[in-house]
Design a protein around this ligand. Structure first.
Ligand SMILES: [Zn+2]
Ligand SMILES: [Zn+2]
Length: 169
C-alpha cells in the first residue's frame, strides 16, 4: 500500500543525461553529456571544433579583405591608367571605362557551418544563405540548435517561475 516516492519517476533527470551524438563531423559517437549545452563527446573533439571555427573565421575574413583589397587595387590602377592616358593625349577613354567595371565574384565559397566540416559551400544565386555542404550536416547542426533552444526556453521558464514565486508573499 505504502507508495514510495519513486525516484525513477524523475523524468527530468533521465532526460537531462540522455545520451547524444557528438556534433563533430567524423566523430559522431554517442556520449553522456555532463552539461546541457555539451556538444562534443571529448576534449579532443572540442579542440578540433575550436580549430575548425578559427579556420572558418580566418577564411571568411581573408575572403572579405581579399575582395576589398582587389577592389582598391583595381581602383588605383584605373586611376593611374587614366592619368597616364590624360598625359599622353586622352585616347581610348571608353576602354578605360570598361576596365573599371568589375564584379567581385567570390568563387571559393565558405566552409560548411557544421563544426569539423571542411567542405566548401558555394552560395547559389537561388539560396545565397546556404550554409551547409550536405543534408546530414544541416540536420546534425540544426538538431543541436533546436535542443539548445528548447533548453534555454525551459531555463527561462524556470527562472520566471522562480521570479514569480518571489512576488507572492
Ligand atoms: Zn566526438
Ligand atoms: Zn558539411
Amino acid at each position: 500500500m505504502a507508495q514510495s516516492k519513486t525516484s525513477s519517476k524523475c523524468g527530468f533527470r533521465q532526460h537531462h543525461c540522455r545520451k547524444r551524438l557528438c556534433l563533430l563531423k567524423g566523430c559522431e559517437t554517442w556520449f553522456r553529456p555532463r552539461c546541457a549545452l555539451c556538444r562534443y563527446c571529448s576534449e579532443s573533439c572540442r579542440d578540433a571544433a575550436r580549430r575548425w571555427s578559427v579556420r572558418r573565421a580566418e577564411k571568411r575574413y581573408r575572403q572579405s579583405t581579399k575582395g576589398k583589397e582587389k577592389r582598391q587595387q583595381q581602383h588605383r590602377s584605373y586611376r593611374k591608367r587614366r592619368k597616364l592616358r590624360e598625359q599622353i593625349g586622352g585616347k581610348n577613354e571608353s576602354s578605360a571605362e570598361s576596365e573599371g567595371d568589375h564584379r567581385d565574384k567570390i568563387c571559393e565559397g565558405v566552409l560548411c557551418a557544421r563544426p569539423g566540416c571542411y567542405e566548401r559551400v558555394i552560395p547559389m544565386r537561388r539560396s545565397p544563405l546556404k550554409k551547409y555542404c550536405s543534408f546530414p550536416c544541416r540536420r546534425a547542426f540544426r538538431r543541436v540548435l533546436e535542443r539548445e533552444k528548447r533548453w534555454k526556453e525551459r531555463l527561462r521558464e524556470l527562472l520566471e517561475f522562480d521570479y514569480a514565486k518571489t512576488l507572492i508573499p
